[in-house]
Design a protein around this ligand. Structure first.
Ligand code: NAP
Length: 454
C-alpha cells in the first residue's frame, strides 16, 4: 500500500511518503534496544513525569492533531478532538497507576522471601489500524512505556502524519531517543521485523487476516502477541428498556466514527413486543443524522475511509437484499465527491446473507425481531466474533443472564460498549485474544518473574 495522506472527503492525495528502507528499519530497532536499556533503569516516577508531559502535549494540541486525523481518515473533527483528549486521560491513568500495577507481589511460601516481579520485555512491535488513529496507539504505548518497554509503530499506511505526530509527542515529552518510533512501512515488511530477535513481542489491532498472519509468524518465533480484531457486536433491547434512550444510544453505537468501529453495535436484537415501535424510532433517528464535511461542528457522519470501504459495504448490502433482507432506510452510497455513505438499517436478514456472519465496517444496522432473550443470545452467539455486547433492560434477571451467557469480551448494560482505561478491553473467538487497558494492559508485555530467595 502506498503510504500517503488522501483526504476521504475529496479523495485528493495531499502528501506521499517514502517508505523506510530495511536498513532504516534495522537502525530503528537498534535504537529501540538502546532506549529500552535506558528506560528499564528509570524509576516509575521518572517515566510518569514524561507520560504526564505527553498527556499535556495531547491536551494542548488536541485540535491541531484532530485536524490531521480528520484529514487523513475522515472522522468528524469533534470526535477526533475527543479522541485525543481520551488519550491524554489514558496517559495520565498509566502515569498514576503503573507503579501499583507492577509492584512486586509478595507470596508467602517456605522461602525467606518469594514474590512476583513484573519486568519489561524490550522492543514491542505495534501494528495499528487507521480507525482510531491515536487512541489505538496510545492505549498500547502508554502502558508499554510505563512498564519500561519500547515501542515500534507500524501504523496503517493511510495515516502517516498521525503516526509521525505520535512519535513526536513521546520525543518531546522527554522519553529516551528511540523509545517510541514510527516505521513508515507497508504490511509486507512486518514479517521481517517480527522475525528479528531484538523484537520481543507484537500487538496488532486490525482485521482477521492481518491478525492471523502476525500471530502465526510470532507462533513460529515463540513471541507473545495481543490481537484486537473485528467484531459484530450484539445490542439487545427488551420490553422493560427506556426505548428513547436505547434508540438514541443505539444510533450512536452504530454510527460513531462514521460506522467504522470494532465495538460498534452492529446487530440489534429487539423483542417482538416492542419491535415495530423501535423500528420506527430507529428509522427517524438515523434519518436525522447530518452527513457532510467532517470538519464542520454540526456534522454527525463524515465520509468512509476510502473507495474500497464504500464498495465493500455496498456489496454486502446488495448481497443481503438479494438474499431477502429488507431495507428500512439509507444504506447506500451518496453520489458526488468523497466517500460519503448514507447510514441505514436492514431487517429480515436471512442466515444465507453474508452480513449475518460478517462484520459490516460502515454505518449499517441489522435489526432482528426476537421472541425472547434466549433467542437473542442464541443468534448473538452464532457470530464468529466476540468483542463487545450490550443489553437494554431494567429486569435484573435478564441483565444477569446476558452477562453470563453472551459470548463477548464485555457486556454493557443500559449503555453502549466503550473502552475505558480503568477496565480491560479485548475479545474472544475471532475478535482476538489478550487484553489492553487496566492492569491487564500493562502486564500484557511484562515478564512475570518468579523470585525465590532461600
Ligand atoms: P487491516 O487491514 O488489518 O490493517 C490494520 C493494520 O495491519 C494496518 O497497519 C495494516 O497495514 C496492517 N496489515 C494489513 N495486513 C497485514 C499483514 N498481512 N501483515 C501485517 N500487517 C498487516 O485492518 P483495517 O481494515 O485497517 O481495520 C479495520 C479492522 O480493524 C476491522 O475489522 C476492525 O473491527 C478492526 N479493529 C479492531 C479493534 C479492536 O480493538 N478489537 C479496534 C479497531 C479496529 P497497511 O495499512 O499498510 O495495510
Amino acid at each position: 500500500m502506498t503510504i500517503q495522506t488522501k483526504n476521504p472527503a475529496t479523495n485528493k492525495v495531499l502528501k506521499t511518503f517514502e517508505p523506510h528502507t530495511d536498513a532504516e528499519v534495522d537502525l530503528a530497532i537498534a535504537r529501540s534496544v538502546v532506549a529500552h536499556h535506558e528506560l528499564r533503569t528509570w524509576s516509575f516516577e521518572k517515566r510518569a513525569k514524561c507520560m504526564r508531559q505527553a498527556a499535556k502535549i495531547m491536551r494542548d494540541e488536541a485540535e491541531k492533531l484532530g485536524k490531521i486525523m480528520t484529514t487523513e481518515m475522515g472522522k468528524t473533527l469533534k470526535s477526533a478532538i475527543a479522541e485525543v483528549q481520551k488519550c491524554a486521560t489514558a496517559a495520565d491513568y498509566y502515569a498514576d497507576t503503573a507503579a501499583e500495577y507492577l509492584a512486586d507481589e509478595i507470596v508467602e511460601t517456605d522461602a525467606q522471601t518469594s514474590y512476583r516481579a513484573f519486568l519489561p520485555l524490550g522492543p514491542v512491535l505495534a501494528v495499528m489500524p487507521w480507525n482510531y488513529p491515536i487512541w489505538q496507539v496510545i492505549r498500547f504505548a502508554a502502558p508499554a512505556l510505563m512498564a519500561g518497554n519500547t515501542g515500534l509503530l507500524k501504523h496503517a499506511s493511510n495515516v502517516p502524519q498521525c503516526a509521525l505526530y505520535i512519535e513526536g509527542i513521546f520525543k518531546r515529552a522527554g522519553f529516551p531517543e528511540g523509545a517510541f518510533q514510527t516505521l513508515l512501512i507497508g504490511g509486507a515488511k512486518v514479517e521481517r521485523i517480527l522475525r528479528d530477535d531484538r523484537v520481543r513481542a507484537a500487538t496488532l489491532t486490525g482485521s482477521e487476516p492481518a491478525g492471523a498472519s502476525v500471530a502465526s509468524i510470532c507462533g513460529e518465533e515463540i513471541k507473545p502477541t495481543v490481537l484486537e480484531l473485528g467484531g459484530s457486536d450484539a445490542f439487545i433491547i427488551m420490553p422493560s428498556a427506556d426505548l428513547e434512550k436505547a434508540v438514541s444510544v443505539g444510533t450512536t453505537a452504530r454510527t460513531q466514527n462514521n460506522g467504522q468501529s470494532c465495538i460498534a453495535a452492529k446487530r440489534f436484537f429487539v423483542h417482538a413486543d416492542i419491535y415495530d415501535d423501535v423500528k420506527v424510532r430507529f428509522k427517524d433517528s438515523f434519518e436525522t443524522l447530518t452527513i457532510g464535511d467532517p470538519m464542520k461542528g454540526d456534522t454527525d457522519i463524515g465520509p468512509l475511509v476510502d473507495e474500497d470501504a464504500v464498495n465493500s459495504v455496498t456489496e454486502q448490502v446488495d448481497d443481503a437484499l438479494k438474499a431477502g433482507a429488507v431495507r428500512i432506510c439509507g444504506a447506500e452510497p451518496i453520489d458526488g465527491e468523497g466517500n460519503f455513505y448514507r447510514p441505514g438499517i436492514l431487517e429480515n436478514i436471512p442466515k444465507e446473507a453474508r452480513v449475518y456472519h460478517e462484520e459490516i465496517f460502515a454505518p449499517v444496522a441489522l435489526l432482528f425481531k426476537v421472541e425472547s432473550l434466549d433467542e437473542a443470545i442464541e443468534i448473538a452467539n452464532s457470530s464468529p466474533f466476540g468483542l463487545g455486547s450490550a443489553i437494554f433492560t431494567t429486569d435484573k434477571d435478564e441483565q444477569k443472564k446476558a452477562i453470563r451467557e453472551l459470548e463477548a469480551g464485555g457486556t454493557f448494560v443500559n449503555t453502549m460498549t466503550a473502552s475505558n482505561p480503568h477496565l480491560p478491553f479485548g475479545g474472544i473467538k475471532r475478535s482476538g485474544y489478550g487484553r489492553e487497558l487496566a492492569s491487564e494492559g500493562i502486564r500484557a508485555f511484562c515478564n512475570t518473574k518468579t523470585v525465590y530467595i532461600a
